[in-house]
Design a protein around this ligand. Structure first.
Ligand code: ADP
Ligand code: MG
Length: 698
């Protein structure tokens, strides 16, 4: 379609914003609306309110340095009410040629009293020039509820508004609607074209507050639709994966007895429920891809061990992958202890095993003499062969992608092994299903009994002495303490700045100056694996009182006698990470403490720390973390598979996402007719795959 007003220059800028075809512009949702149907006269403005006004530039001046836009630009505006409003822009010298006297503009911003001039004013108001130009037709831009778009390069909101309007004029009115009719009718959703028209140009009587909350009927329908396609796509992908051949593990009485034999305690209700989900999944003749979510200390590893028994008793081998060597080592010891009773052979393969050891270990695996192998991802890279790999357990999905999963498939003796991914970064279930795409999700939402809540305190760096004396008291009671420093590990060595205290240096300070009589251990990423292991074991056996460490203890360490976790420079850690670190204590019967030591904090920093002090609910903390950091950063942007949305926002619209997910699951499982399903598959392939890069839906 040829679009008047889009030459090569604008086309390039639009394209850079992902706006390539007419459809893209149609679904480019305004991020805000202004009611310019009934704008306030300048005379009626009051300080403190957010307001849109339409006024004319009366005069302007730039003060300060004019070069490099360093000056402050100030313009006075007036309207028919004859009152005056002052607009100020720092670094605004360039505006001298833009906001010229006589120009009519719409201004949007917070009204404040400008004591300097004695008038009401706005600091850095958004503005839009309302003069006639080639993008003409001022009736689009005033006298109505006006959509405000994010600019695309130099293509302003005003130009975008005109372009979208032209498109809407040009395309024929159709009632074609890709959303299945029965869903649309049941949910009373407006039709697509009329929803798009009202999205961009809401009728005069619309509620602007509702629009700005993204909850008008039109917006709701479009948000729902966007999520519905996404969830259908994921559902179809999942359905397809479920058709691959996998191992149908038998759940015999013997398997049940062996599990009972292994268990050191009664599983919690949540552990039982989750094991049932996993066991059912494993018994099907298709591969399992399941995410096991649970807060720190909820007992995921125990459930993983139960799943391992199912595989082993069926004559298969189990691989457990951990993101770091130290974690692999810890898992190894934990599983070895549990499995010894059952007579299973558990081995550990890491980068630091010698060539000869490796050769031997590999032989054990290839011949099926080892039942369980624990290792880092190196297990996948190297030419490790299994006799019959049946189950892969992966600790921490963040570092485990599709590619690694494919590598695993090749080790499964023709059959795809089952995959269980454990994560301690809990996020709401629907979100997890969306973000982790084709994984099913199980959640352990209960902690083992007898856990006392951990008391969390925030202490400023200059009061750190208090922390040390508290530590002394705890140790006098026979307990142990962690002290964590945010020294960045291995590859990020360069990121170490002067401001950061090196853990080694602190270790010396603590052991020599502060606690000369105590036994202070050190653990950091630069140590040799054997040294790390030794340091860990000494702490585990209670032979050191204080373990000074970088974040290597982040996941997995289990020392019930440790009751105090001190995190220095806590502001440098992510919330979820802090929560996981805190989970290293509170594992025994004694009251445990977590102390977050920080420098002086800004507003966001204080809010983050307060979240932890106030809550011990990992789901709540993860949600706050997402809100404070934004979902992109939280999930690690594109790597996460988090799709880019046009209008839907998985946080703001979590409720709609939930509904869309349920509708999509029901639709894919029971489409009214096969034709309906085909139509949806074709639609997703044609419209949606391109946008979200979802491959192989059909
Ligand atoms: P996660 O991996 O989910 O953080 P772990 O599997 O490390 O949690 O378990 C935390 C601690 O709780 C371990 O010491 C584990 O042995 C113990 N534990 C697990 N399940 C139970 C249970 N049902 N009852 C009592 N203790 C349990
Ligand atoms: Mg664990």
């Amino acid at each position: 379609m040829y679009l008047k007003g889009v030459g090569p220059g604008r086309a390039a800028m639009l394209e850079a914003k992902g706006l390539k075809v007419v459809e893209d512009l149609l679904t480019y949702a305004p991020f805000r609306y202004e009611d310019r149907s009934n704008v306030k006269a300048l005379r009626d403005l009051a300080p403190g309110e957010m307001a849109t006004v339409i006024a004319e530039v009366r005069s302007s001046k730039t003060s300060g340095f004019q070069r490099k836009n360093l000056g402050m630009f100030q313009a006075t505006f007036t309207d028919s009410s004859k009152a005056v409003l002052v607009g100020k822009w720092f670094h605004g010298a360039y505006l001298a040629d833009v906001l010229v006297p006589g120009l009519k503009v719409a201004l949007y911003g917070k009204v404040e009293f400008d004591s300097y001039s004695g008038y009401l004013g706005m600091m850095h108001p958004e503005f839009e020039i309302l003069a006639e130009d080639e993008d003409g037709d001022s009736s689009l831009h005033t006298g109505r509820i006006v959509p405000v778009y994010a600019a695309a390069g130099k293509v302003t909101t005003r130009v975008l508004r005109t372009l979208v309007h032209r498109i809407l004029e040009a395309i024929p009115q159709t009632d074609e609607d890709p959303l299945p009719a029965h869903i649309r009718e049941r949910m009373k959703l407006p039709e697509r074209m009329s929803a798009l028209r009202t999205l961009h140009f809401p009728p005069l009587d619309s509620d602007v507050r509702l629009l700005n909350a993204f909850r008008s009927a039109a917006q709701y329908r479009l948000i729902f639709e966007e999520f519905f396609w996404l969830e259908c796509g994921l559902e179809l992908k999942r359905a397809k994966a479920r058709l691959l051949p996998g191992v149908p593990f038998q759940l015999t009485d013997r398997v049940r007895e062996r599990i009972k034999e292994m268990l050191p305690f009664h599983p919690t209700g949540a552990q039982k429920r989750v094991l049932a989900e996993i066991a059912h999944n494993m018994s099907e003749p298709h591969p399992m891809y399941r995410l096991l979510q649970g807060d720190v200390g909820s007992g995921k590893t125990l459930v993983a061990a139960e799943a391992a028994i199912i595989a082993i008793e069926n004559g298969y081998q189990v691989a457990m992958l951990a993101p770091t060597e130290i974690l692999a080592t810890q898992h190894y010891f934990y599983l070895k202890k549990l499995f010894q009773k059952l007579g299973y052979v558990t081995i550990l393969v890491t980068g630091s095993s010698t060539a000869r050891e490796k050769l031997q270990l590999k032989k054990l695996l290839a011949e099926g003499l080892a039942h369980v192998v624990v290792g880092t991802h190196a297990l996948l890279e190297e030419n490790v062969a299994f006799k019959r790999l049946g189950l892969a357990i992966v600790d921490e999905q963040h570092r485990f992608g599709v590619e690694q999963r494919q590598k695993l498939m090749t080790k499964g003796d023709g059959m795809a092994p089952d995959v269980l991914v454990m994560t301690a970064t809990p996020i709401p279930r629907t979100l997890a299903l969306t973000v982790y795409g084709d994984l099913d999700v199980s959640v352990i939402d209960e902690l083992p009994p007898g856990r006392q809540p951990i008391v969390t305190k925030h202490v400023k760096q200059d009061s750190v002495e208090q922390v040390y004396s508290f530590m002394q008291e705890q140790i006098a009671l026979g307990r142990q303490a962690f002290v964590i420093y945010p020294v960045i590990e291995e590859s990020e060595a360069q990121a170490q700045t002067k401001a950061m205290k090196a853990a080694a240096k602190m270790h010396e300070h603590l052991s020599v100056v502060v606690f000369p009589t105590l036994r202070v251990g050190l653990l950091h990423g630069k140590m040799k694996p054997a040294e790390k292991e030794a340091a860990m074991e000494k702490f585990q056996r209670g032979e050191t009182d204080i373990l000074v460490s970088t974040t290597v203890v982040e996941v997995g360490v289990d020392v019930p006698n440790a009751t105090l976790m001190v995190i220095e420079q806590a502001e440098r850690f992510g919330l979820a990470q802090l929560h996981q670190l805190r989970g290293r204590v509170g594992r025994g019967g004694e009251q445990s403490y977590c102390i977050l030591v920080t420098e002086k904090l800004g507003d966001v920093g204080r809010e983050r720390i307060r979240t932890l002090v106030d809550s011990s609910d990992g789901f709540y903390i993860a949600e706050m973390d997402m809100k404070l950091r934004g979902p992109g950063e939280f999930f690690g942007t594109k790597q996460s598979g988090l799709p880019m949305m046009n209008i839907g926002n998985i946080l703001r619209d979590a409720d709609v996402l939930e509904i869309a997910r349920n509708e999509a699951a029901a639709f894919v499982a029971h489409p009214p007719t096969e034709d309906d399903l085909k139509r949806v598959v074709t639609f997703i392939r044609d419209h949606w795959q391109r946008r979200y890069g979802l491959v192989q839906v059909g």
